[in-house]
Write a protein that binds this ligand. Sequence first.
Ligand code: SF4
Ligand code: ZN
Length: 329
Amino acid sequence: MKCHRCEQQAAVEVRHARAAYCPGCFVQRCREQVSRAISEHRMIRPGERVLVAVSGGKDSLAVWDLLLDLGYQADGVYLGLGIGGYSDRSGACARAFAERRGARLLEVDLADEAGFTIPQAAATRRIPCSACGLSKRHLLNEVALEHGFDVLVTGHNLDDEAAVLFGNTVTWNLPYLARQRPALPESPGFARRVKPLIRLTERETAAYCVIRRIDYIVEECPLAAGNRHLVYKELLNSLEERSPGAKAAFLNGFSERLMPLLDDLAAREREAVGTCSRCGSPTTAHVCAFCRLRDQATRPPRRRRTTRRGTRPVRTGGGEVDPRVSLRP
Ligand code: SF4
Ligand code: ZN
């Protein structure tokens, strides 16, 4: 197969674009797609300070690399979640990348900041990703604001966003649909949050990392089981297999046709936001969800009451799912 651009031997096939590329032209295409997403959705303005949320996975390292090559002033932030060896290895990937690129990496540890780890928080939820997503959103936003960054970048790609859209559509969750945007504008208490990889698939970011020799954590998080978005991804992948381009069409159709109809709802949602009585973060409740999670996760374990028949088990609650990406290439 020949490269779509230069006629040399192709190395990467991009089925949804019905094209194949040699390594050099593929990297160039990735840069163009990211530039296009940034300008189409007005994600980053010239001269702004950018903070990239880096997990050590392929997507976050790819987007950091792409932004640096496009000339953005982009620092990274790594949040230690306390997931045993998995966190150790993902942190090592983030640090190695920062060192190689001479980029600045901020490090925040969930246990130091909030007094609990994700495995501890997971015990309070039916699905661990719910507690993890909530903690990441809260602390990364806090770091961006405290350090004066203009914009917080996440590595959500086309597959992630299509899976989240599918989930929100299956449940017709209109407030979530109204908030699902490639760029969420800044508002009191919130840094602007943007997703420059919205035009690239998971396969493309993995291929990008291989070509650019970026070491990323390949193993899947041991707490990923139960994340419904992995199921939605599988469903969409089988649709894509039969009909290449279906995923991009689904997501782009939403952005172009439905999203503008949800602008009023998004504005009403923003107006309803107040501040947490404990930490001052934006919330629609008296105490924000993160403070409530911290209370639950740091509460001393209740003494098991022994009955005549034996030990009574401690009950755990349920929760929502976070749209985190699977780290499998
Ligand atoms: Fe957190 Fe992702 Fe692991 Fe879920 S899969 S617990 S969101 S790191
Ligand atoms: Zn709070």
